[in-house]
Design a protein around this ligand. Sequence first.
Ligand SMILES: Nc1ncnc2c1ncn2[C@@H]1O[C@H](COP(=O)(O)OP(=O)(O)OP(=O)(O)O)[C@@H](O)[C@H]1O
Length: 390
Amino acid sequence: MNMGIGAVRHIIAVHSAKGGVGKSTLTVNLAIALSQKGFRVGVMDTDIHGPSMALMLGDSSRPPLVDDRKDAVEPIQAHGISFVSMGNLTDERVPLIWRGAMVHGMIQKFTNHVHWGELDYLLLDMPPGTGDAVLTIGQLLPISAAVVVTTPQGLSLTDTRRGLHAFKQLEIPVLGLVENMSWFVCDGCDDLRYLFGDAGGKALAKELDLPLLAQVPIEGTVCEAGDDGTPMMIAFPESHSAVAVRQAADRILAELEQSGQIAVFRFDWREMGFNERETEPPKIVPADERVLVQAVWQVSSDELGVQWHDGVRDILSVRKLRQNCPCAVCVDEITGERTLQQDRVPADIRLKQVSSVGRYALGLVFSDGHDSGIFRYDRLRELARKPSSV
Ligand SMILES: Nc1ncnc2c1ncn2[C@@H]1O[C@H](COP(=O)(O)OP(=O)(O)OP(=O)(O)O)[C@@H](O)[C@H]1O
């Protein structure tokens, strides 16, 4: 994916339906486990209301500006990974009570104004729960896949299901569950003891039809290392929890490979001037041929070009797009009937803005001010093949 600045191959969301289950701890340690395998890894702390990355990675400094630019910063480098967190921009002890719109703005800043450079994996420490913030992030970023963290005591089927439903809506595949604080080693006898029996995580995974990627033990060293700013993958690389996190990282890579998941590129542009018709897409085509949409470009003032994964190119008239807007204002949600009167769409309608929505759609803003249409790629392709009347 092309981020505002830099290129990221895969974005992986680490999520939990409930707070306090160790999602941030696992995000950081998974990121380090992946970097120890030789990958270039970044972490974006999207848990804006409760950022903990700066503390866990032991660096609360401000991100440095890129050269002499005022609008771009470098991510902070710590323990072999890059990261940004609100914890580097505000005092972590001050809770942020922000409205959704500001969360949206901050994610855009973390995406467009951070010089991530070339990354193999960008891990997102997601906000807990299944609220708006998760949907917003899923729509703003082309997330390749998600990993769900739970604990034996947090094994709430209903909550986890709700979380999974949000990912399904966003067409983000879930690679599996990681059960944290699942077991411990008995001090006296070295036996493994499961806090609530070893079947909990397995049963939940079975119930949800997801792989159980790892069961991470509860260990004092995890907490200690997190509080000290040196994550346990570095401070205690031979601990039971480090071994389990390495196993989770291996499984994530394997599941990602097996599921055939691919990185999707991100784009966001406003109306631009042009002198001639551009029938060739610009050279922003990712190498992977499975990417559903390889390029989107402005062919002329009233045409949009799309190049698909199979090399097929379509040129869609902007007026036809506006006439076929699928939003609830233009189509009756219950009957499915089009309420927008086709002939009322001006002949000279233009596009003001085009952006990718998550990994599945285009968001279009038209010159008549209409901005609520989300055009799914599959429907767009169908539309391109419909006779041009409507
Ligand atoms: N396996 C573990 N063993 C011991 N302590 C752990 C383990 N995992 C996490 N912790 C501790 O549990 C606490 C909560 O962890 P963390 O902040 O990662 O949770 P979270 O799910 O990200 O929370 P939030 O919902 O606030 O974002 C921290 O003090 C952390 O050190």
